[in-house]
Design a protein around this ligand. Structure first.
Ligand code: AMP
Ligand code: MN
Ligand code: MN
Ligand code: MN
Length: 289
């Protein structure tokens, strides 16, 4: 691959640490040529990211990562090359963000019960630019000295069965895919290896996703092991799905992976970007430089 592509990243519009402008600059410093900003349930960073990308000669792919409930599990669906102004997508994301406020209150109530007070206000202090998420609660709990680090805070407080976990119903898979595809974008299952579904449910998910109009899955991501690159390349091939690649960068210290470091897709994959004009532009840039 003669160019560097990263199709999954977060700014502080969701739970990343950098502003959209800083994120694009960070991508430029790591020699990324094509970058998708895919904030959770919020597209309001895309306009400013696009302006900054032009300055650095980066091709910005407009993206989003939508929270979905499928068979009582949370699944993330990335949309690439979306139109953030498409009314059903805009309205759908606005509704998810509203739900996040209700959920945050529920999480805080759970923490109150075990004597951890002030977490709602505390979490919102870190969520001034966009959505409220578990990551913001994690930051509050770590920075106020209640838990030692980001990893243990999820394990002890913020996952199913723990005091700060609040059961929540996100968008349906059908809605998320239809908002993305309806807006002209490509729907991608984010980090499939993280859901612990088992083979039977993974096959069901891929079947249903494809029937709804989904066309790609992440194969190489900061969340997958090398063995999972191979495993999900096989699933992609089996279902005729394209393959995506992205770091899921959130910022120093909390990212799964630095930008620009991932290996190329396995050779049996068809890249999700195979017919994108952005890629030809990025390749041309490398030919002349
Ligand atoms: P939410 O969408 O509010 O449930 O927050 C989910 C976000 O929390 C994910 O996108 C990750 O950035 C982060 N996250 C989830 N699980 C963990 C974990 N075990 N350790 C660190 N961060 C996590
Ligand atoms: Mn996140
Ligand atoms: Mn995710
Ligand atoms: Mn992500």
């Amino acid at each position: 691959m003669s160019f560097t592509i990263d199709l999954h990243s977060h700014s502080n519009i969701s739970d990343g640490l950098l502003t959209p402008t800083e994120l694009v600059e960070h991508a430029a410093m790591h020699r990324v040529d094509i970058l998708a900003l895919t904030d959770h349930d919020d597209t309001s960073g895309l306009a400013v990211a696009e302006v900054e990308a032009k300055r650095w000669n980066i091709q910005l792919v407009k993206g989003v990562e939508i929270s979905v409930t499928w068979k009582k599990r949370t699944i993330h669906i990335v949309g690439l090359k979306i139109d953030p102004e498409y009314p059903p997508l805009k309205a759908g994301l606005a509704k998810i963000r509203e739900g996040r406020h209700v959920r945050a209150a529920g999480m805080a109530a759970g923490l109150d019960k075990i004597g951890i007070t002030g977490s709602l206000e505390g979490a919102y202090e870190y969520a001034k630019e966009g959505i409220i998420s578990r990551t913001h609660f994690a930051r509050f709990l770590v920075n106020s000295g209640i838990v030692k680090d980001n990893k243990s805070v999820f394990k002890k407080y913020l996952v199913k069965g723990k005091p700060g976990y609040f059961e929540h119903e996100w968008a349906s898979l059908e809605d998320a895919v239809s908002w993305i595809v309806g807006s002209g974008g490509t729907a991608v299952i984010a980090h499939p290896g993280r859901y612990d579904l088992g083979r039977t449910n993974m096959l069901l998910l891929l079947e249903e996703f494809r029937a709804l109009g989904g066309t790609a899955i992440e194969v190489v991501t900061g969340s997958h092991t090398v063995a999972q690159y191979v495993e999900y390349a096989k699933y992609a091939q089996l279902f005729g799905l394209k393959a995506s690649l992205g770091s899921d960068y959130h910022g120093k210290g909390i990212s799964f992976m630095e930008m620009g470091r991932l290996p190329a897709l396995p050779s049996n994959c068809q890249p999700v970007w195979h017919d994108w004009p952005e890629v030809h532009a990025a390749q041309a840039k490398h030919l002349v430089s």
